[in-house]
Design a protein around this ligand. Structure first.
Ligand SMILES: Nc1nc2c(c(=O)[nH]1)N[C@H]1C(S)=C(S)[C@@H](COP(=O)(O)OP(=O)(O)OC[C@H]3O[C@@H](n4cnc5c(=O)[nH]c(N)nc54)[C@H](O)[C@@H]3O)O[C@H]1N2
Ligand SMILES: Nc1nc2c(c(=O)[nH]1)N[C@H]1C(S)=C(S)[C@@H](COP(=O)(O)OP(=O)(O)OC[C@H]3O[C@@H](n4cnc5c(=O)[nH]c(N)nc54)[C@H](O)[C@@H]3O)O[C@H]1N2
Ligand code: SF4
Ligand SMILES: [Mo]
Length: 743
């Protein structure tokens, strides 16, 4: 007999974290339908096409369900215990023989969508203790991490544009209508933008492409890739020149204004016009409109991060908001207060984790314990004492997702032992000796931990497990624990206990929690286990928590679990600064030597010749980096891995719409289908990333047959970095495009 159940949970596929209603047949293990949860106060029933993705992944016959071991070119299924024991022994041997840094690790994007993985990652990293730790973060948000680190003392404290209250939204380097918003947390971004306009506000987009978001805006300005920091510095310059600096309540805790004014002086609207492509009159109008609006908000996202001046551009977004009194103000750029407390002040100024060690090959500084992903290939190529003997990838596909991916692909052959924690045999994991597949999102619970820290509203939402995991399968965190315990001669239970006690000690150090008794915490949370027990603690000592009895109505995990549609904790509050600052003396220093050094580089860039043609990326609603291409529902349709080019640039090169062209860069050459598009700024071409499913020995037949495409990262130079943060420059890459044939 089969029974129908209704389960509410949030969507684990993008940052919007929309509420879902699942109709399931638990006995048969079937998902009958996935719809929007109308009672979720954040998403109100909204979902996008990708809301079904996690169910499709679950049922994909090519998804790995058991560990596989490579024998020559073949894969054989092996028992978990055998795989874990062998892997742990080999990793242990390598560490003992060649030192801890001979084991490298790459950590990918889906981990951000898995609470349990996140909470155990710290343990995994600490115990592996390798200097060769790479992640997708340095092809993504690390410039914003660094900017927040320098300004607020917390790399994960991101200002969020207050879309529900702003009347003038300026969006730079983001395309929320397609990406569904990043560091923004807004289910149904399109409705948010439409609402701004309905209430008489304005939306302005600065982007080298007339994007879907630009089409929904009142105004769009083309900006040349990689030049946003110049434009924003000219904006700052004008605020000083025109006497428009008005910081408001934060004025008393800001240092470095005079120095900033001096540094901004050379960046006049005229000086930056040629490089940016923005006419002085357009910039002056933008500055004036922003200043005249009641509640303007300036926002920048990945196009401002993964470019030549990512850190400066990301920092200047906050600086402009701050100088105009828009930081931490209603309708401006606000800070969320997640229930798990990660944005709260911890009582002691955190030390900047930057440059504590350097990469071996290029001498690049570490940031947040990580080395730039763009130097992974050269690290894997090291030999002798510096050689990497083992690599562990955790839900990542750097061969497609990191610049000069084909160099990473080749370098992987150089690594003696590769372990992939992944659910597919893809371009990266095909190099592994073992692949360890975790349970899927349907088989484990989740909590919106990371994304509630930068959402439009404060909320707490727990997602229960939908199906019992297949017998013997392991959650990703449990794989970490099993490997670490075997490597260190411990029992899994002992390790869990260590993590629990370590975390308890850390969290109870906060001044506001000094009186909380550790033994009472142990007792009160004992009915939860592992990650959920830690989650209970975080919720209870968090800003809305019950503080173990002190605030009776406060949150506990039990309460959150009993609210299937999530708990709405209200709109973002203004005035959370300076309390949330983790800086020395609770002050905001506008400048830092890392920024000043890069401002010199920015100034030098004013005299650079504008390249004839540069490459940028783009996203499509049915993609998610490289990981959804094996799902026929998302792979079908017309080829979207095309080179978009402005018709004038195309004709100048004798290209035909629908024909093919050769695109070349300093590191590679590809043949690509050409798509004329007058939404591209002249001098700019666009190719999406995450494609290139052409490697032999993968097991993703849908991706390879329906949507192979080419990998944009085979064109992107791994030597080009945003210097302060070590983030890859994937936008604004100089390329040449030539015709090869016609339709
Ligand atoms: N040129 C260019 N490159 C880019 C970008 C760009 O805009 N342009 N964007 C960058 C950005 S923002 C990001 S975040 C990175 C992403 O970079 P990565 O995270 O390295 O790449 P993905 O393609 O997302 O690979 C995800 C991997 O996780 C696996 N996976 C999916 N779900 C699960 C799961 O539940 N468990 C496990 N164990 N594995 C799972 C998939 O099989 C896949 O191997 O790409 C970056 N690369
Ligand atoms: N459908 C879909 N959604 C996704 C993803 C996906 O792969 N597909 N990936 C998810 C991930 S991991 C992330 S991090 C987010 C990213 O979320 P977004 O930041 O919104 O990502 P994009 O859509 O790439 O938007 C970046 C925009 O920057 C523009 N741009 C490029 N270079 C420059 C520049 O130099 N200056 C300016 N001003 N603009 C520039 C591009 O034209 C593009 O419109 O999206 C997430 N959502
Ligand atoms: S917008 Fe993101 S979170 Fe919402 S349904 Fe689509 S993929 Fe899921
Ligand atoms: Mo990302």
């Amino acid at each position: 007999m089969s029974t129908k159940d209704i389960i509410y949970r949030s969507c684990p596929t993008c940052e919007a974290s929309c509420g879902l209603t699942l109709e399931v047949d638990r006995d048969r293990g079937d998902i009958l339908s996935i719809k929007g949860d109308a009672e979720d106060t954040r998403s109100n029933g909204y979902v996008c096409a990708k809301s079904q993705a996690f169910a499709h992944i679950h049922s994909d016959p090519e998804r790995l369900r058991r560990p596989v071991k490579r024998i020559g070119d073949d894969w054989i299924e092996v028992e978990w215990d055998e795989a874990l024991t062998d892997i742990a022994a080999r990793l242990k041997d390598i560490r003992e023989l060649h030192g801890k840094d001979a084991v490298a690790m790459y950590y990918g994007n889906p981990n951000g969508h898995n609470f349990h993985t996140q909470i155990y990652t710290q343990l995994f990293i600490q115990m592996l203790d390798t200097e060769r730790f790479f992640s997708a973060g340095s092809v993504d948000q690390q410039p914003k991490n660094l900017s927040s680190d320098l300004l607020y003392g917390n790399p994960w404290l991101f200002p969020v544009p207050d879309l529900t209250r702003t009347d003038f939204f300026v969006c730079m380097g983001g395309n929320p209508l397609v990406s569904q918003g990043s560091l923004l947390g807004a289910p149904d971004a399109a409705a948010h933008l439409a609402d701004i306009r309905k209430r008489g506000g304005k939306v302005v987009v600065l982007d080298p492409r007339h994007t879907e978001t630009a089409q929904a805006a009142d105004q769009h300005l083309f900006i040349r890739p990689g030049t946003d920091a110049l434009l924003l510095f000219a904006w700052v310059n004008q605020l000083f020149v025109q006497g428009l600096v008005a910081i408001g309540p934060l004025g008393d805790c800001v240092d470095g204004l005079e120095r900033l004014e001096a540094l901004a002086r050379p960046f006049t609207p005229e000086a930056i016009a040629e490089r940016t492509g923005i006419k002085p009159a357009d910039l002056l109008a933008l500055v004036a409109d922003f200043n005249a609006a009641d509640s303007p908000s300036l926002y920048g996202r990945i196009g401002l991060c993964t470019q030549a001046f990512g850190t400066l551009a990301s920092w200047l977004i906050d600086v402009v908001n701050l100088l105009q009194g828009r930081l931490d103000a209603e309708g401006g750029a606000m800070f969320a207060r997640p229930a798990t407390g990660q944005n709260e002040n911890t009582g002691e100024p955190a030390e900047l984790m930057h440059g504590r060690w350097h990469s071996r090959a290029r001498g690049l500084p570490e940031y947040m314990s990580m080395l730039p992903a763009s130097c992974m290939a050269e690290e894997l190529e090291c030999s002798g004492e510096d050689a990497v003997h083992a690599l562990i990838t955790v839900a990542g596909n750097p061969v497609l997702s990191v610049p000069n991916g084909k160099r990473i692909d080749a370098a992987l052959d150089n690594v003696g032992f590769v372990v992939a924690l992944d659910i597919y045999i893809n371009e990266t994991t095909r190099h592994a000796d073992y692949i360890l597949p975790s349970t899927t999102q349907l088989e484990h619970s989740n909590y919106d931990f990371l994304f509630s820290a930068f959402a439009q509203r404060n909320f707490a939402r727990y997602s229960p497990r939908v199906f019992e995991p297949a017998p013997g399968s392991l959650d990703q965190y449990a794989i970490f624990v099993e490997l670490l315990s075997r490597m260190n001669g411990l029992q899994a239970g002992e390790l869990n206990e260590m993590l629990f006690e370590g975390m308890l000690e850390t969290v109870l150090k906060a001044p506001a929690l000094e009186h909380v008794d550790a033994s009472a915490v142990r007792e009160a949370t004992a009915h939860h286990h592992n990650g959920e027990r830690l989650l209970d603690i975080l919720l209870r000592i968090g800003p809305y928590g019950d503080r173990f009895g002190e605030a009776r109505d406060g949150l506990t995990l039990d309460k959150v679990m009993a609210s299937p549609h999530g708990i709405d904790l209200g709109p973002l509050q203004a005035g959370v600064l300076p309390d949330m600052l983790r800086t020395k003396g609770g002050r905001i220093s506008l400048l830092h030597p890392l920024l000043e050094a890069d401002i010199v580089r920015l100034h030098d860039s004013l005299s650079f010749k504008v390249p004839e043609l540069v490459l940028i990326g783009r996203r499509h609603i049915r993609d998610m980096n490289s990981w959804l291409h094996n799902l026929s529902n998302y792979a079908r349709g017309k080829n979207r891995c095309t080179l978009m080019i402005n018709p004038a640039d195309a004709r100048a090169r004798n290209l035909m719409d629908g024909g093919e062209a050769k695109i070349g860069s300093t590191v590679g050459e590809l043949i690509v289908p050409v798509e004329f598009n007058d939404g591209l700024m002249p001098g700019v071409v666009s190719l999406p990333h995450g494609f290139g499913h052409r490697y032999r020995g993968t097991r993703q037949s849908v991706a390879a047959d329906m949507l192979p495409g080419v990998s944009a990262n085979d064109l992107i130079d791994d030597q080009a970095l945003d210097i302060p943060s070590g983030t890859s420059v994937v936008n604004g890459v100089p390329v040449s495009v030539t015709a090869i044939n016609s339709v």
